[in-house]
Design a protein around this ligand. Structure first.
Ligand SMILES: Cc1cc2nc3c(=O)[nH]c(=O)nc-3n(C[C@H](O)[C@H](O)[C@H](O)COP(=O)(O)OP(=O)(O)OC[C@H]3O[C@@H](n4cnc5c(N)ncnc54)[C@H](O)[C@@H]3O)c2cc1C
Length: 337
């Protein structure tokens, strides 16, 4: 299906930073259209950790990731952004007037004066461990992400990994599943020390099983996963009965076609000027986790700040004859389109 959309800013990525860019742009009367490869908005928050609390959003001592996404949607609603979801951006074509045609893999074309790349980690590709039969049971007991914890209620779960996701989901699922086993190849964790401490406490109180210095070997079942075979710390074979295996070995960031647009790239991120988060290509900006600059922190609040500065710079491409005057929202309010 071909669809041609005209807007001021085409935002690639509808994660938290892409969403908040709509708000900051709207204050300056700049219209936005977002395009995202995922079928839902929210980026990493909705895809990886929708039920986790976030503690470092200003003004919220704690807020669930999905709730933050809902709040952002409510906040940007007055500016009526357009959305194309479930479509990966493939092409970028500069027009003679300096504007761009951004095209998605399913035929959508967005014509915009400015492009804001808010692509986060890029397309999500989970890192898969080498485990015999792993791919045979994908969708039949092997899940690389916890989208809906209710799926695991009353089930026997085996998690594997040593980072934050493995630790946090072990703690969370210990309250939901009938049995939780965490397998880790080392005896120390890479994740946050207080999460590791909680996991050790749960293990010593018998609420979970913790297999350290152990490795996943293979999985078995019929039309659904039934057993996870593990090599224990003493090299013995341990056969665990399991309804689900959740290997959490991180996501490998794939920049995809963005890497071919002539942008300066450093360690899979787009290099920007911190004055306005512009890239080396005129009218193309990069905000949020996708960008790179000295001192960059991949935090939501940093992306929000970047979005606010970015739109101030983008304004001149949409309204070349107007002078931008800065106004507080407390003075000017939020004037819908
Ligand atoms: C487990 C975990 C816990 C975290 N906890 C915190 C925390 O407590 N506090 C905090 O501040 N941060 C936290 N973070 C980091 C935070 O999630 C990121 O900083 C934030 O998601 C970045 O937002 P973003 O909008 O830049 O990118 P993302 O959320 O990654 O969204 C980018 C979007 O772009 C889309 N996209 C990419 N390439 C394309 C393409 N070619 N075409 C179409 N769409 C594309 C992707 O599908 C994705 O939806 C955590 C991260 C993880 C994994």
């Amino acid at each position: 299906m071909t669809e041609q959309i005209k807007t001021d800013i085409c935002i690639i990525g509808a994660g938290p930073v892409g969403l908040f860019t709509v708000f900051e742009a709207g204050l300056l009367k700049l219209r936005c259209h977002l395009i995202d490869a995922l079928p839902q908005v929210g980026g990493q928050l909705s895809e990886i950790y929708p039920h986790k609390p976030i503690y470092d959003i200003p003004g919220y001592p704690a807020i669930n990731a999905q709730e933050l996404v809902e709040n952002l949607l409510e906040q940007i609603a007055p500016f009526k952004p357009g959305f194309t979801l479930g479509e990966r951006v493939e092409g970028l074509e500069k027009q003679t007037d300096g504007s761009y045609l951004v095209s998605g893999h399913d035929g959508t074309v967005i014509h915009a004066a400015v492009v804001a790349i808010a692509g986060g980690l890029g397309s999500f590709e989970p890192r898969k461990p080498e485990v015999k039969n792993l791919e045979l049971f994908e969708g039949k007991g092997v899940n690389y992400m916890v989208k809906d914890p209710e799926l695991f209620r009353g089930k026997r779960i085996v998690l594997a990994g040593g980072g934050d996701s493995a630790l946090d989901w072990t703690v969370f699922l210990s309250e939901v599943a009938s049995k939780v086993t965490l397998i880790h190849r080392s005896d120390s964790f890479r994740g946050a020390p207080d999460s590791a401490e909680k996991v050790f406490e749960l293990a010593s109180s018998g609420k979970i099983d913790l297999l350290l210095k152990s490795n996943l070997l293979s999985i078995e079942g019929n039309d659904h996963l039934q057993y996870v075979n593990v090599q224990g710390s003493d090299q013995s074979l341990i056969k665990l009965e399991a309804d689900y295996l959740i290997p959490l070995f991180g996501l490998s960031p794939k920049l995809g076609p963005i890497a071919d647009w002539g942008l300066a790239i450093e360690k899979s991120a787009v290099v920007v000027n911190t004055v306005d988060y512009s890239t080396n290509v005129e009218r193309i900006y990069a905000v949020g986790d996708i960008n790179s600059y000295p001192g960059k922190l991949k935090l939501i609040l940093c992306g929000f700040h970047e979005a606010a500065l970015m739109v101030q710079s983008a304004f001149k491409y949409v309204y070349p004859d107007q002078k931008l005057s800065f106004k507080y929202t407390t003075v000017n309010g939020v004037n819908a389109f």
